[in-house]
Design a protein around this ligand. Structure first.
Ligand SMILES: C[S@@+](CC[C@H](N)C(=O)[O-])C[C@H]1O[C@@H](n2cnc3c(N)ncnc32)[C@H](O)[C@@H]1O
Length: 217
């Protein structure tokens, strides 16, 4: 799949592209393109945001700037969902991640300061997503969350068997994964559950199923 991110800080994504799972799928299952609004802005001196109509603090990302960036890139409508990252969007859940992973392409729009001119969300974007009920300083951490969550669902992102049984997965009925332990088996009097040391795979499987935490719908 292809993910296009529109941002003011494309260089900030360098770290993410070096990390597993994104690094494992870049150039094969995932094509990542980073676009800087400043490079296509129709305004002088790289301007991208402006004062809010009606007054008040902060700067707002301009609709003509985002429209120019999308037009230059797609020359029409984008091939897949155009997702504005905003606290006012629908919550990002694993179900939303699966929905995005099934798309051939995604476009992520990041803003900063006071956020988007509302016409970007209403007219240019086709979807709006929030990464949680709190306010971050820009949309780049949210865009990276989407990128990471989607990348780990792509073929080859994770070692075989690592990605199927995880919290929120269908295999666990959407619940939270059972606890994991590793060596030492005893530390400061804290013991690993005996069943996990037994070598009895049927008992281990049963214990794990019993320790999945169901989530209220
Ligand atoms: C400081 S925030 C703007 C907050 C906005 N004035 C409000 O009160 O809803 C700047 C940008 O960060 C991003 N952002 C902040 N929190 C977010 C969240 N919880 N989910 C997704 N994006 C977020 C959005 O792109 C937003 O436009």
């Amino acid at each position: 799949m292809r993910i296009d991110v529109f941002t003011l800080v494309p260089h900030a994504y360098a770290w993410l592209t070096e990390q597993v799972p994104v690094a494992n799928v870049l150039g094969t299952e995932l094509e990542l393109r980073l676009f800087n609004y400043r490079e296509t802005t129709p305004l002088r001196a790289g301007q991208v945001d402006d004062e809010p109509y009606g007054g008040g603090a902060g700067m707002v990302l301009r609709v003509d700037v985002v429209a120019a960036a999308l037009d230059r890139t797609y020359g029409g409508s984008a091939p897949g969902p155009v997702i504005a990252l905003t606290p006012k969007g629908r919550p990002l859940t694993q179900a939303v991640v699966e929905e995005f992973t099934a798309q051939p392409s995604l476009t992520l729009l990041s803003a900063r300061f006071e956020g988007f001119d509302e016409r970007i969300v209403e007219q240019l974007a086709t979807d709006a997503v929030s990464v949680g009920p709190y306010v971050l300083s820009n949309g780049d951490l949210p865009a990276m969350l989407v990128l990471d969550a989607v990348a780990r669902r792509l073929p080859g992102a994770l070692a075989a068997g690592s990605g199927e049984i995880e919290s929120f997965s269908a295999e666990l009925g959407g619940g939270l994964e059972y606890p994991h332990y590793t060596r030492p088996s005893e530390f400061r009097g804290w013991s690993v559950p005996e069943v996990l040391l037994s070598g009895d795979h049927a008992r281990i499987e049963a214990w794990r199923r019993d320790h999945v935490v169901e989530i209220e719908a």
